[in-house]
Ligand binder design. Structure first.
Ligand code: 5RP
Length: 237
């Protein structure tokens, strides 16, 4: 890795920490907090754990993956499974892309199914990211979680929708999600209507859910973006 690339990565990591800290400061005592997955969400969990320790903040976390569960335990956050919580006050999570309308693309860490469930259950959904995640329109491949039994059919149907599906691999084997399923990363080029595409993909038999998060589905969506001039807060009017 060149010195220039290493510096750029350090800068992005610094921005992820900055936005994660800003989100950790939003959390109020007695809250039930959805804990997202990925490196930015991990920083959030770490800062939140710091507040729990220093301020004796009484909160309960709802993890969206095994990784976020382990991070929460490491940083001293009490946990609760989604089905055991009466409510989720706020969910905080990262994103892979955020378009101009605040549609999200998630799932590059393979946790989008539980992330979407927890975000949908939360009264307030706060997305945290560095400025490199912003885009005009979503045009990267969409992660699609598929029941292994239906893999071939899902590949065929995604191709019929105009996508180019590729089975996600890890260490020479098919990647398996926390839910025991495979992921097809389906390239559709630029997606014109995120909501319609999300629905079409999810209507394929055997598809569990995909990584498109249409902004319309989250009435209390707030996006925090860290850049050179600090943290910007975006909301739809
Ligand atoms: C995992 C996700 C993550 O939120 C997304 O991949 C962002 O990760 P990072 O904060 O590491 O850039 O959707 O399924």
């Amino acid at each position: 890795m060149s010195a220039k690339t290493a510096k750029a990565e350090d800068d992005v990591a610094g921005l992820k920490k900055e936005v994660a800290k800003a989100a950790a400061e939003l959390i109020e005592n007695d809250s039930v907090v959805g804990l997202g997955s990925g490196s930015t969400a991990n920083y959030f969990i770490e800062f939140l754990g710091e507040r729990v320790r220093k301020e004796k903040l009484g909160i309960v976390g709802v993890p969206t993956s095994r990784a976020s569960e382990e991070a929460a335990k490491r940083f001293g956050i009490m946990l609760c499974a989604l089905d055991e919580c009466e409510r989720v006050d706020i969910a905080v999570d990262g994103a892979d892309l955020i378009d101009a309308k605040l549609n999200l693309l998630k799932g590059y860490g393979g946790a989008h199914v539980r992330e979407k469930i927890v975000a949908a259950a939360a009264k307030r959904f706060v997305v945290i990211a560095d400025y490199t995640k912003r885009c005009r329109a979503i045009s990267l491949p969409v992660p699609v979680e598929v029941l292994p039994f239906g893999l071939r059919l899902a590949e065929k149907k995604l191709a019929e929708l105009g996508g180019k599906p590729a089975l996600r691999m890890k260490e020479g084997r098919a990647f398996v999600s926390d839910n025991g399923n495979f992921i097809l990363d389906a390239d559709f080029g630029e997606i014109k209507s995120v909501k319609k595409m999300e629905e079409k993909i999810n209507s394929i038999p055997g598809v569990i859910d995909n990584g498109l998060f249409p902004f319309e589905d989250f009435s209390q969506l707030e996006v925090y973006i860290a850049g050179k001039d600090g943290v910007e807060r975006l909301r739809r009017r």
